[in-house]
Design a protein around this ligand. Structure first.
Ligand code: AHG
Ligand code: MN
Ligand code: MN
Ligand code: MN
Length: 337
């Protein structure tokens, strides 16, 4: 009958957060749950703004560069302002690191116990071409007795208590971990709710996709060139076919595909940029935490675990490889010093 086709018991992100808190931390203050709700508000607002961008002339350059040398798009700046206001308004974020802000932001008036690191719009160079972009975030609980300083964020990725991204594609997809696996949600714009669509997501073991900007291959180390070239040969495990190359150029989109289809994504350091391009606090750590929680791996160019790194500057970069465990292990046979 008709009612068999309509799902009437939806698990919204709000319900999921409350149930997870009751299941995993019954005596918790509920502050992280409130913070996650403020984050989802920011994602809904940014999704709405991006959808309208072309209609209200919000694409194109803002006309300044940010502290990591990127040319800022108008949406980089708008997304950043939306995010800053949402975190300030949450009341429980004390410290904010944003790709678009040179320095740490301390919300003096907030009494919160959390620090958030974010990339408001990831993949912004793709924006004007309508390619998927996203917002990446990582959350630290402030150090004991801290009132909010840079020490709260210059810490290993192992200390992040939550991380994830929202990709603004055909739908808005939120991938979230609080250290107990990965759960995926899809925004229902009519309800204005993120609905649980990928419960307890685990990365596929079938890989045979590699995702990297080959335009940098002239600058790669010999080991990396040897590894990538090894994927271009027909291989027995893949019915004597070579790997497929898939590169979107928005980290969020390339990681989302890697989580759902398997494979490996890499943005290694090279002779022109030793520490690669991706920033540790708001690109490498959140994605590494998601991949590990989904049963995958994430390492740097020496084969060290990304989450074990300790950044010395808030915009510090690292080479990164992430994806299916067996694929990373194969890479390690080429790069492990
Ligand atoms: P952002 O737009 O936040 O500055 O990040 C862009 C990053 C990342 O999204 C992507 O993986 C990488 O830039 C692509 O760089 P290339 O264009 O050099 O491949
Ligand atoms: Mn940028
Ligand atoms: Mn980015
Ligand atoms: Mn960005």
């Amino acid at each position: 009958s008709e009612s068999e086709n309509i799902r009437t018991d939806l698990i919204t992100l709000t319900r999921f957060i409350i149930e997870e808190q009751q299941r995993l931390a019954p005596d918790a203050s509920g502050e992280l749950s409130l913070l996650l709700n403020s984050l989802q508000y920011a994602f809904k607002f940014i999704a709405h703004t991006i959808r309208r961008a072309e209609l209200i002339n919000l694409i194109g350059l803002y006309g300044q560069t940010n502290s990591t040398g990127d040319d800022q798009k108008k949406l980089d700046v708008i997304g950043d302002e939306i995010f800053i206001n949402a975190m300030k308004g949450s009341g429980n974020v004390k410290v904010l690191v944003s790709e678009e802000q040179e320095d740490l932001i301390i919300f003096e008036s907030n009494s919160g116990n959390y620090a958030v690191c974010c990339d408001p719009i990831d993949g912004s160079s793709n924006l004007d071409a309508g390619v998927s972009v996203g917002t990446i975030f990582g959350v630290y609980k402030l150090l004991p007795n801290s009132n909010g300083t840079i020490k709260d964020v210059l810490r290993s990725g192992n200390e992040m208590v939550a991380a994830g991204y929202t990709m603004y594609g055909a739908s808005a997809h939120l991938m979230l971990t609080t250290g107990h696996g990965v759960n995926g949600f899809t925004l229902d714009t009519h309800l204005g709710e993120f609905i649980l669509t990928n419960p307890n997501l685990k990365i596929k073991d079938n890989k045979f996709i590699y995702s990297i900007n080959e335009g940098n291959s002239f600058y790669w180390s010999n080991e990396i060139n040897d590894y990538i070239n090894s994927l271009k040969k027909p291989c027995i495990e893949n019915n004597n076919k070579p790997y497929s190359a898939r590169y979107i150029g928005s980290m969020v989109a390339d990681v989302h595909r890697t989580l759902l289809y398997g494979g490996i994504f890499g943005y290694p350091g090279d002779s022109k940029s030793k520490t690669g391009k991706l920033r540790i606090l708001y690109e490498c750590f959140p994605m590494a935490l998601l991949l590990e929680q989904a049963g995958g791996m994430a390492v740097n160019d020496n084969g060290d675990r990304i989450l074990d790194l300790i950044p010395e500057k808030i915009h510090q970069r690292s080479g990164i490889w992430l994806g299916t465990k067996s694929e990373i292990e194969k890479l390690l046979t080429f790069i492990k010093k």
